[in-house]
Design a protein around this ligand. Sequence first.
Ligand code: TXA
Ligand code: MG
Length: 391
Amino acid sequence: MNVDDSAGAGGRVVPVDPQRPEPSVVERAGRLLRGGGLVAFPTETVYGLGANALDDTAVRRIFAAKERSLNDPLIVHIGGLADLTRVAVDVPPLVEVLATSFWPGPLTLVLRKSHQVPDSVTAGLASVAVRVPRHPVAAALLRAAGVPVAAPSANRFTRTSATTAAHVQEDLAGRVDLILDGGAAPIGIESTVLRVNQDGSVELLRPGAVSVEAIDAVLRGAGRGGVARRAGTPAGAPDSAGRAAASGRAGSLDTSADDGPAASPGQMLKHYAPRARLLYFRGPENAARSAMRRALRTALNQGQAVGLLRFEEDRAAFRDMTDGTPGLVAEDLGPASDVAGVGSRLFAAMRRLDGAGVAAIYIRSLPATGLGLAIDDRLTRAAGGRVIDLE
Ligand code: TXA
Ligand code: MG
């Protein structure tokens, strides 16, 4: 590996202006990437752990650093639609429509892979996931690197995504050549992943920062049907459970002839998880609050340290418990009505509760529309099955 020696192996953190990234910093990070190094960088969604997507050895270092299983493919980041032909082939015309509406931005498209992309990036799949990030640091880094950059979220495998450079350090210190600290990732929830099939049909693989409603509107505008939301559990994905199978929410993707048994990677039920057990109370807010109060009371009576992820609207309902109750730590997510604000605070708040050493974290649902669908997905996975469905 020909890594620039100025970074060292210690995972140096270098501040970078999130709006006007300093060219000297970005150039150095770009050189590192070209030389086979690992660079963590902010995107508008979460921090990414990047490597040259065309360099098999560099890509393997990502999996090692994250302790990520090799059957979970990576997203390839490119600077613009013009670079798509470097990583994808047989690109359906609809991609241009989606790219015009959503790139640069938090939409990832799964397309047929070019043979230039090593199998390590795609976990052997015939498809590749591609996105054009909008964050100025990510955009500048891609220009400086001059190569497509494979980058999963910069957290240890299955853990909560990193939304700050400090989170990256927490999980990956000593395993990364350079961490660009551009402040908090503004959206805080990962990109939406869509498969675009050769026949122009579109399937939701992971709800994310671009809402299904917004994608549907663009598809309808182009005279197409909406996004297909598959339910059910894919064959050959041992950790998957058929969450959402009955609810019609975004579920796991079926395996297809195109892609073989790992077609639904990243859909493991336990993912995005804090260390503490997360209990997710899903249903009408009053029922959820009452159930949470009962469960919290029981846990506190047993002497457990517990964490509450609290919405502004719920302050009064929990006040008697949060005011001075030993063992209960509350973290504020802001108003439930401000879903974008909740999204931007969620992962950091989970990490703070982990830092406080609580054994369990309690949170209630928001309506699963817009960004709320992605939040519901992340909480369901963070709960790893501990979803309390209320009527
Ligand atoms: O916002 C984001 O998407 C962030 C930033 C860094 O760009 N990245 C991110 O990457 O969340 P990661 O690796 O944590 O999640 C990528 C998701 C996984 O669920 C993965 O399985 C899926 O995309 N994916 C990647 N390639 C795929 C493919 N060829 N077919 C189906 N799913 C794929
Ligand atoms: Mg991830």
